[in-house]
Design a protein. Structure first.
Length: 301
């Protein structure tokens, strides 16, 4: 650890926070400390940081806007990288939009709609960053990132900055090449289409109203916990199994939407993991279906 401190203090890599609690950076409000949380403010700092970590074999993890992930109670060993505010840029050029990797995906969809650009309506309720959305090919309402994606600038784990086109991304259901080839999306380019502002706004308002009625938006959650199995819905299976409202410690399967787990105030990562395992075991026994979590578990248990 002392060697890391010396290396990072001498490098131009942005803010470095030691033994930083991560719960406040996640939407579940759960998670132990990172050995160090590093916040680079531009591509050059990010490239220098990742190159340094790679050269000294220091493990690193990226933290986006903290959704769709569960940080273990003992925290994360090594470095945690969180992109700074300069990675929240946004530029429109006709029907093409370039968005920074740390920009809110929801904010992107709203601002695109105000520009009269259609194609991002589905993103209005997807928490997290643009980079995270690209990483997992985020989707909803019958659409996903792959349908509008043009290219992305990515810093690979070696520190090399590359540009990947759509053909390079190996997009699939909640999957991209970044699951196999570690890297950080610094910005992404999307191809949208001209639309009617009022129609776009109406569609997004209807999606928002549906979320308000069906999802626990006021609670600390990480979004959907499980992927939908082929031909079915995770929430339907969990509710049919009688698991709605099941509580372990401070974690509870939402009474409003069975594919959400709420932190009722004092939940630990172990509480959430216990509920996830209970769901997997129950659905396997009742339906013979292997439930696949959509959330990523990070850190030391």
């Amino acid at each position: 650890m002392q060697q890391w401190k010396s290396l990072l203090s001498e490098a131009n890599v942005g803010a470095v926070l030691w033994n930083e609690p991560l719960a406040k950076y996640t939407t579940w409000k759960i998670g132990g400390p990172a050995d160090c949380l590093i916040i680079p403010e531009n591509k050059e700092q990010l490239k220098e940081l990742v190159t340094l970590l790679h050269a000294h074999r220091i493990p690193w993890t990226q933290l986006g806007r903290g959704s769709n992930m569960l940080v273990a109670d003992k925290g994360i060993r090594g470095a945690v990288i969180k992109l700074g505010q300069e990675f929240e840029g946004l530029h429109f050029d006709g029907e093409t939009v370039t968005a920074g990797g740390s920009l809110s995906f929801v904010k992107l969809s709203v601002l695109a709609g105000k520009q009269g650009l259609s194609g991002l309506e589905f993103a209005g309720g997807i928490p997290g960053s643009v980079g995270g959305a690209v990483y997992m090919n985020a989707g909803a309402h019958g659409s996903d990132v792959s349908r509008i994606f043009k290219s992305a600038d990515i810093v690979l784990e070696t520190g090399e900055l590359v540009t990947y086109a759509a053909k390079d991304m190996a997009f699939d259901y909640r999957h991209s090449i970044l699951h196999e080839r570690k890297g950080i999306v610094t910005e992404a380019v999307f191809e949208l289409r001209e639309g009617d502002r009022q129609e776009i706004s109406a569609v997004m308002a209807s999606y928002k109203d549906r979320r308000r009625r069906t999802q626990p938006l006021q609670s600390a959650t990480a979004g959907s916990v499980f992927r939908n199995p082929p031909g079915d819905h995770a929430a339907r299976l969990i509710e049919a199994a009688g698991l709605k409202g099941l509580r372990i410690g401070g974690a509870e399967i939402s009474l409003q939407h069975a594919n959400f787990i709420e932190n009722t105030g004092q939940a630990t990562a172990e509480d959430v993991l216990a509920l996830i395992e209970r769901i997997k075991e129950t659905i396997s026994e009742k339906n013979g279906i292997h439930m696949v979590p959509e959330v990523y578990v990070l850190g030391e248990r």
